[in-house]
Design a protein around this ligand. Structure first.
Ligand SMILES: [Zn+2]
Length: 295
């Protein structure tokens, strides 16, 4: 992968931001490959396609590119808030490449890939409406909060000038794909829980951790979906969620690579939030491990 941005034909663009947009888009067209299938190239989307910059010629997966010269921080600017919110709820967000380039060297330094199914409503931040004096007065944009996306769903394709192989990137993407099969609401809650659980950096949870977690994630699914039956001794008896076929600590420690092993025992969590937490963990660990880690 060549990290230098192309410069031919950029003289005709007056503003630096236009040159950067054209340069990074053209670099992507020459260097991005599809992480979903084996296609070695992506093709540029037709001009004016909303929120999509590239499409895989083989599997039709859509991709969006966001570039900036500032080092990647906790948020990036995205388009209209209402559009992005609707796209998340309707499960049609594109995969996202977040690119950081060095303006002086005119070269790519970092690229993150966020799979389309890793976006949840909690990764969206509403921006203040544009001032009445602005051309689009009252328009409301949004930021994507990168730090609200779990670390393992921010795939580092290029890290400080060092590119990962296509094989590694595809493997990282494929490991997350079981999430794609979950309904949007369940997926959002699962990712939110996992994001907070990872940030706890603990090998075991207490009820106090769970309650703190509830305060941080806001609304729990118990406010929307039926509560677990009172006479259910543990979540393992819920017909919707099959019990894991191996001891619970093992899949969790495998699924969350890079963090200490986690143990989640329903008996430790008498409250409904605890049961929901274990459910959310099981979604990820069971589905993910079954299909991607244990072969
Ligand atoms: Zn593809």
């Amino acid at each position: 992968m060549h990290l230098h941005l192309p410069s031919e034909g950029l003289e005709r663009y007056k503003s630096a931001s236009q040159r950067a947009r054209v340069g990074t888009e053209s670099w992507g067209a020459n260097n991005f490959f599809c992480p979903v299938c084996e296609s070695p190239r992506l093709r540029s989307a037709p001009q004016g396609t909303a929120a999509v910059d590239y499409v895989c010629p083989s599997c039709d997966s859509p991709f969006q590119l966001k570039s900036q010269s500032k080092p990647l921080g906790s948020r990036i600017v995205d388009a209209a808030y209402s559009e992005m919110k609707r796209a998340i709820l309707e499960d049609r967000t594109p995969n996202l490449f977040v690119l950081h380039y060095d303006l002086d060297l005119w070269a790519v330094r970092n690229v993150l890939l966020v799979p389309h199914f890793a976006f949840t409503l909690s990764t969206l931040e509403k921006r203040p409406p544009l001032a009445p004096t602005a051309r689009r007065a009252g328009w409301i944009g949004c930021n994507i909060l990168l730090d609200k996306i779990p670390p393992y769903a921010r795939i580092r394709m290029i890290d400080d000038g060092k590119a990962q192989s296509a094989k590694e990137v595809r493997r990282a993407y494929q490991r997350l794909r079981p999430l794609e099969a979950l309904q949007v609401e369940k997926r959002g809650w699962t990712l939110d829980v996992l994001q907070v659980v990872q940030s706890l950096q603990k090998s075991e949870f207490t009820l106090a951790d769970c309650l703190r977690l509830r305060r941080r994630t806001g609304e729990t699914p118990s406010q929307k979906s039926p509560r677990p039956r009172q006479n259910s001794p543990t979540v393992a008896s819920s017909p919707q969620f099959p019990p894991p076929r191996f001891p619970r600590p093992r899949p969790l420690s495998l699924a969350l690579s890079g963090v200490p092993p986690l143990t989640a025992q329903p008996s430790l969590y008498p409250s409904s939030i605890g049961r929901l937490l274990v459910r959310a963990l099981r979604h990820l660990s069971f589905e993910m491990v079954r299909s991607s880690v244990i072969r």
